[in-house]
Each structure stands twice: as structure tokens, then as C-alpha cells.
Ligand binder design. Structure first.
Ligand SMILES: *[C@@H]1O[C@H](CO)[C@@H](O)[C@H](O)[C@H]1NC(C)=O
Ligand SMILES: *[C@@H]1O[C@H](CO)[C@@H](O)[C@H](O)[C@H]1NC(C)=O
Length: 375
């Protein structure tokens, strides 16, 4: 019975993705906004008695990513030139999207923080739900990486993170403080970086979309840490949803859920894939009355992407997460994950193939019945 339901949901997904066209390629060069101006070294933040970074400033938060990317270049060089194969690209690209779509600005609109047409466009608002969620996907991985010695040029001074003006209890501000406040998340990110250091991703790690066991394992550790970050961030950030319109709130909750589905596929978050995938996410904060798939100033693909993401959440909550468990079961084998990744990509870019993916996923779901799935 449950199996039939799962197939039904997958076929339903197919129905509304059938009517789409292929997207145009991106006009911009794919880098996060102002990327070339972002400091790329810890030296830029070193003072006499400390290294100080302010994650409530766009350049400082992005610098964490730039430093992380630079310090992990060598582990991914086999996957592409110019660090394009680095799987950490997903994080700064996602943060860049948050920035340029206005999601990091003060949602209560009581300050000028983060508004492009005001005096302080590079400010990141402590009241922004996205900024809060992203804290656990920027500061936490950054400090974890520092803790396990990923930064060869880490100065001897202590690393200090500047607290926001309010709600300081929602975050942590140093390696020790984060370790004691959020041990599980810190440990999982540390595990990822430690595994990365010992890993040796072989050439031809991606053959027809299938990953080598080594690359698969690196992705497994990264997504495990990513999920742990979201699990901790959700309750800490939740009160910030109340500043947002109903459609934006619904999308935000839906996105947090959709990421769990993406994580289970071990989605490859390198430069190109991340760009392709987030290309159709909502280009602005949603307003009251915005109702996908008929938001007039959104392209058909943007409308469909939002509609799909919202429906993943709706179906997931209506089935109390049973669908997610079944999805995870289908994603238990590399073949299943391959089809899952293809579906995720094809949902927005190559639709005729999505139907085939869906059938393959169902086959894998049946084959993987015995696979243990944790919550
Ligand atoms: C960072 O520091 C380096 C070396 O001191 C300097 O050349 C560079 O201009 C600084 N970058 C920024 C964005 O401040
Ligand atoms: C290499 O990466 C940098 C940013 O990290 C970018 O500015 C530059 O354009 C890239 N070069 C090529 C050839 O893609």
C-alpha cells in the first residue's frame, strides 16, 4: 500500500514537470556577487591579539567560504581546473543567491541593514531567517575546519566571531564555544574535514554520473554534516519566520525539507552543478499573494521550481515524513542516488528524462527494501 502511494507521488511529480522547456544558459559568470572583492586570507582579519571575523557583514561571511575553498583546493583538483570541482562551492553559491535576492536584509524593515538601495547593502541582518540558517552552514564549518587544522596559515591568535546586536544566545562565537554549544554539528563537520584530509579521490571519479566509492564517501560526510547543521539551526532560527509573508515562510520551510531529499542523493555540489541547480530558485523574497505556479514576474521554470519545492514539503508533512523515509530507502544504493540526482537536475533542466528517472527510482526503492534507514 505504502509502495503504491510512493509510486503515485513520483508519477504526480512527473505530471507537472512534463510541460516545461529547457532553460537558457546563465548570463553571469556563475560566481557569487562581488566574489573578486572578498578577502581570501586569514591575514585580512588578523589584529594584534586576535583574528576577528564579523559574519553579519557579507564580505566576512563570504571570506570564510573563500578561505575554506582555497584550503581544500588540492583534494578536488582531479575533478576540474580552477577549483571548479570543489564540492564546497554549493555553500557560497547558495549564500550568494540569498544575498542577491534580498533574503539577508532586515525582514522587519526597521533598519537599513542589507537593502541594496540604502547606505548599508553589505550588512547581514540578524533578524533574517536565511542569515540565521546560513550561520550554521558558514561559521560552524569554518570553525570546524580551523579546529582540525585545515588552515595552514592560521595565525596563533585566537579566532573570534563577532556576535550580532541581539539574540546572541542563538549562535556561538569561537571554536571552544561552538564545540560546547553544538557538539554534534561541530563533530560532524570535523569528521568531514578529517575524512577529506585522508581521502584520495581517484581520476575518473565521475563516470556517466556514477561516483567512485571515494567521492561518494566524501559527499556522504559532507551531507551528513550539512543535515546536522540544518537540524540545529531550524529551532534556533524559527522565530525569524514571523517577519515574513506567508508564501515566503512556506517556501523557506519547504526549502529546508527539500534539502533533506537532495542530501540523500549525495548531490554533487561542485561549481557547475550548484549553479545549474539554484538557477531557478525564487529571484526575490516572496510577497503576500504570490502563488506558484502563477507568479507573473517569475519565469515558467522559476514558478515550477517553487511549486515543486513547496509540494515536496506539503507531501512530506501530510505523510509525516514517511515519503522521506521511502526516498532515503531508494537512495540507499549508488544506482538509486544516481537516478535521484538526475531527477533533481532534470526537474529544472532536462525534463523529458525525468520520467525515466522516476521509474528507475521506484525500481531501486523495491530493490533496496532491506536497507536500514535512520530518521
Ligand atoms: C588581504 O590581504 C592581502 C595581503 O595583505 C592584500 O594584498 C589584499 O588586498 C587584502 N584583501 C582585501 C580584500 O582586503
Ligand atoms: C578562476 O577562479 C576565480 C575565482 O576564484 C575567477 O575569478 C576566475 O575567473 C577563474 N578563472 C577561470 C579561467 O575560470
Amino acid at each position: 500500500m505504502a509502495n503504491h502511494y510512493f509510486l503515485g507521488v513520483l508519477l504526480l511529480a512527473l505530471l507537472f514537470i512534463c510541460s516545461a522547456e529547457n532553460p537558457e544558459s546563465t548570463a553571469d559568470n556563475g560566481y557569487p556577487p562581488l566574489w573578486d572583492l572578498v578577502p581570501e586570507s586569514l591575514e585580512n582579519f588578523t589584529k594584534e591579539n586576535k583574528v576577528e571575523m564579523d559574519p553579519w557583514r557579507y564580505f566576512d561571511r563570504m571570506a570564510m567560504y573563500r578561505i575554506l575553498l582555497a584550503s581544500t583546493t588540492k583534494y578536488f583538483s582531479i575533478l576540474g581546473s580552477n577549483n571548479s570541482g570543489n564540492i564546497l562551492w554549493g555553500l557560497p553559491l547558495q549564500h550568494g543567491w540569498q544575498f542577491h535576492t534580498g533574503r539577508l536584509a532586515d525582514p522587519s524593515k526597521t533598519t537599513i541593514c542589507g537593502f541594496k538601495d540604502r547606505e548599508d547593502p553589505l550588512c547581514i541582518s540578524e533578524k533574517s531567517w536565511w542569515a540565521c540558517m546560513n550561520y550554521y552552514l558558514s561559521v560552524i564549518p569554518f570553525l570546524s575546519a580551523a579546529a582540525v587544522g585545515m588552515f595552514a596559515d592560521l595565525p596563533p591568535q585566537p579566532l573570534e566571531i563577532v556576535p550580532p546586536g541581539q539574540n546572541t544566545e542563538d549562535f556561538c562565537y569561537s571554536i571552544d564555544h561552538c564545540q560546547s554549544s553544538f557538539p554534534d554539528v561541530m563533530d560532524k563537520w570535523k569528521q568531514f574535514f578529517q575524512y577529506l584530509k585522508s581521502s584520495n579521490i581517484p581520476p575518473d571519479s565521475i563516470a556517466n554520473g556514477m561516483f567512485s566509492p571515494e567521492l561518494d564517501e566524501v559527499l556522504h560526510y559532507m551531507w551528513m554534516a550539512h543535515e546536522a547543521s540544518i537540524a540545529v539551526a531550524n529551532p534556533k532560527c524559527q522565530k525569524r519566520l514571523s517577519y515574513l509573508s506567508d508564501p515566503e515562510q512556506y517556501f523557506d520551510k519547504s526549502w529546508a525539507t527539500t534539502v533533506e531529499y537532495i542530501a540523500a542523493t549525495h548531490f554533487l555540489t561542485d561549481f557547475q552543478n550548484s549553479n545549474n541547480f539554484q538557477h531557478f530558485l525564487p529571484p526575490r523574497v516572496l510577497n503576500r499573494g504570490d502563488s506558484p505556479p502563477v507568479i507573473l514576474d517569475f519565469s515558467p521554470e522559476e514558478n515550477r521550481a517553487l511549486f515543486t519545492i513547496n509540494n515536496i514539503y506539503t507531501i512530506n508533512s501530510n505523510t509525516r515524513g514517511v515519503i522521506l523515509k521511502q526516498w532515503k530507502k531508494a537512495m540507499c544504493s549508488e544506482k538509486g542516488r544516481l537516478e535521484g540526482r538526475r531527477l533533481m537536475q532534470n526537474l529544472f533542466t532536462n525534463l523529458p528524462l525525468a520520467g525515466w528517472n522516476i521509474l528507475e527510482i521506484f525500481v531501486q526503492f523495491i530493490i533496496n527494501q532491506k536497507c536500514p534507514v535512520k530518521d
